[in-house]
Ligand binder design. Structure first.
Ligand SMILES: [Zn+2]
Length: 289
C-alpha cells in the first residue's frame, strides 16, 4: 500500500492489489486554518491540532492489512478519525471502508444507495469470490449496514468545507465523482484510469459513459490532481489526455464494435479481454437500437 499527500487536507492510499485508490479528505475548522500553511500532513510546523475539523474516507483499499493500517495512518497524518465514509459507486472493491471503520456512517449517491438496496449481498458475494481466488482471509464479514443516500448533483459538508458531488454513470448504472474544490482534487470513481480501458460492467451504458466524460471534462480542466478508481494519480493535463483517448475508444466501440482500436499503452492481454467484454456487453443493446 502506498500513501501520498496531494494537499494538506488530502491523502491518497493506493492498494497493492487492483491499484484501487482510497482518498482521505479533511475539512479543517475555519478559525484554525492558516491561509499560508503548506506542507505534508503531519509535517512539522503545520499549526493544526490533531483533532481539528472532520475527515471522510472515500472508497477503500482492498487487502486486510491495508484496511487495518488505515486508522493509524490517519493518526500519523494528524487527521481526525473519520466521521463518514463515502463511496463513488457500488462495486465491491470500493466498498470496504466499513471493515476499517465499522461504526462510521456510510454515504453514497442516490443511484448507488438504490443499487445497494436493490441487490443485497452482491458486494459480499463478489468480495468472497475475489478473496477465495487469492486465498485471502478476513476476520470479519463485510456489513454495509444502512447507507445514507446523498443527492447528486449536490454538496456534502466535511467540517467547515464542502465536497461537490457529480453524477458519473456508464461504467455501472450508478456512481458519482467527488470534487474537493479547495484542494483542486477530483476523485473520479472508475473513470479516467490510465491503466484500464473504459469498461461497461453490469448496468453500464456506452452513451451514459460518454455523457459522464463530458461532465468530467469541465471538472478536470480545473483540477490539479485527478484520482481515478484504479491506477496512478494524474495531473489535470494527463487526465484530459486520458479522457480524450477514452471518448475516442468508446465512439469507435459504438461504431466498429470489436474492430475498435485500443488506446496506446492499453493494448495488453488484460485490456484486450476487457475490450471483448465491452463488445459482448454492447451487443444486446445494439440489437434494440
Ligand atoms: Zn473499481
Amino acid at each position: 500500500m502506498r500513501a501520498i499527500s496531494l494537499h494538506r487536507d488530502v491523502i491518497v492510499v493506493t492498494s497493492a492489489i487492483l491499484r484501487v485508490n482510497c482518498v482521505i479528505v479533511r475539512g479543517s475548522a475555519a478559525e484554525l486554518r492558516e491561509p499560508s500553511a503548506e506542507g505534508e500532513p503531519g509535517a512539522e510546523g503545520v499549526a493544526v491540532p490533531p483533532t481539528d475539523g472532520e475527515s471522510f474516507v472515500i472508497d477503500s483499499p482492498v487487502l486486510p492489512d491495508e484496511l487495518d493500517a488505515l486508522p493509524s495512518l490517519l493518526e500519523q497524518a494528524r487527521f481526525p478519525a473519520p466521521s463518514g465514509l463515502l463511496v463513488t459507486h457500488g462495486d465491491w472493491d470500493h466498498l470496504l471502508g466499513r471493515l476499517a471503520f465499522p461504526g462510521v456512517s456510510l454515504g453514497a449517491g442516490e443511484s448507488t444507495a438504490e443499487r445497494l438496496k436493490a441487490s443485497p449481498g452482491e458486494a459480499q458475494r463478489d468480495l468472497r469470490a475475489f478473496d477465495e481466488g487469492l486465498m485471502i482471509e478476513r476476520d470479519h464479514p463485510l456489513a454495509l449496514g444502512s447507507v445514507q443516500a446523498l443527492p447528486v448533483p449536490g454538496r456534502c459538508a466535511v467540517g467547515d468545507r464542502e465536497l461537490e458531488l457529480y453524477a458519473a454513470s456508464g461504467h455501472t448504472a450508478d456512481g458519482m465523482a467527488v470534487l474537493i474544490p479547495w484542494a483542486l482534487v477530483l476523485v473520479a470513481g472508475d473513470y479516467l484510469s490510465p491503466i484500464e480501458l473504459p469498461t461497461l460492467s453490469d448496468g453500464g451504458d456506452l452513451q451514459a459513459y460518454l455523457a459522464t466524460l463530458e461532465r468530467l471534462r469541465a471538472l478536470v480542466a480545473h483540477a490539479e490532481h485527478v484520482v481515478p478508481g484504479h491506477g496512478p494519480v494524474l495531473g489535470g493535463e494527463e487526465a484530459l489526455a486520458i479522457l480524450e483517448e477514452d471518448a475516442g475508444y468508446l465512439q469507435a466501440l459504438a461504431e466498429d464494435g470489436a474492430g475498435a482500436a485500443l488506446p496506446d499503452g492499453r493494448r495488453g492481454a488484460a485490456q484486450r479481454q476487457l475490450h471483448r467484454d465491452n463488445v459482448a456487453a454492447l451487443s444486446p443493446s445494439r440489437s434494440h437500437s
